[in-house]
Design a protein around this ligand. Structure first.
Ligand SMILES: C[S@@+](CC[C@H](N)C(=O)[O-])C[C@H]1O[C@@H](n2cnc3c(N)ncnc32)[C@H](O)[C@@H]1O
Length: 209
């Protein structure tokens, strides 16, 4: 299943796929796969997630989400090991946005890089708040940052083990092209209910699997 927007492909998209993570004891842990963004050595610099994340804020919001039922996708149907939306949102964002050290022409010193990093952290802290899930201003700000770091052509996101659909839902919220699949038809149905049906009036659907 998937959703797609109609942005033109100016160049080959970067791939961001085969990843998941969990929170255990309030800490984010990358648990399988790899985040396939370009990294050091490819001439494209580092992504923010490779350098630092405001973990305290992300973990706090991820834990808080467990106690919010109204509007929470887990209320549609509980799925095993459903990832917190706040963490999915933050990790997707930080995987796509460049760390300031990747732009020495803009941030020539460690001090200027750190100042810019802190600005991105404040944005993440806003982004992960449950109350901002549909805050158009915050979402537009983060979409602008993503486009800026991805040559105006962000990569599609693939979650081949989508389960309860947290990662596809958050990728869609960030304005990304999303593909998802799961072995289990119940998981497929939950994810369709989350990302395809609500967006079907505004987003063209492609690849129903
Ligand atoms: C840990 S859950 C994913 C949870 C998901 N990230 C979420 O936030 O809800 C792992 C999922 O992988 C699916 N799965 C396991 N083996 C698979 C396979 N070979 N192909 C596709 N899906 C598979 C399971 O059905 C399960 O829904």
């Amino acid at each position: 299943m998937g959703s797609k927007d109609s942005r033109p492909k100016a160049h080959a998209p970067r791939k961001l796929s085969f990843w998941t993570f969990c929170t255990a004891n309030g800490e984010i842990k990358i648990d399988i796969g790899a985040i396939l963004t370009q990294s050091e050595g490819d001439g494209m610099g580092k992504k923010l997630i490779e350098v630092a994340l405001p973990l305290e804020a992300i973990n706090r919001e991820a834990a808080r989400e467990n106690y919010i039922y109204k509007g929470n996708p887990s209320a549609i149907h509980k799925w095993w090991a459903q990832r917190p939306l706040a963490a999915c949102r933050a990790v997707l964002f930080a995987s796509l946005v460049d760390d300031p050290s990747s732009h020495p022409e803009l941030f020539p010193t460690e001090e200027t890089q750190e100042r810019e990093r802190q600005r991105l952290f404040r944005l993440i802290e806003d982004l992960v708040k449950w109350e901002n899930s549909n805050n158009a201003k915050v979402l537009e700000q983060v979409r602008v940052e993503i486009r800026k770091s991805c040559g105006n052509n962000p990569p599609p996101v693939l979650d081949p083990f989508c389960g309860g659909g947290s990662i596809p839902l958050e990728a869609q919220r960030l304005g990304l092209e999303v593909y998802a699949s799961d072995l289990n038809p119940v998981a497929v149905l939950i994810t369709k209910a989350l990302i395809e049906i609500p967006s079907s009036t505004t987003t063209r659907i492609r690849n129903v699997m």
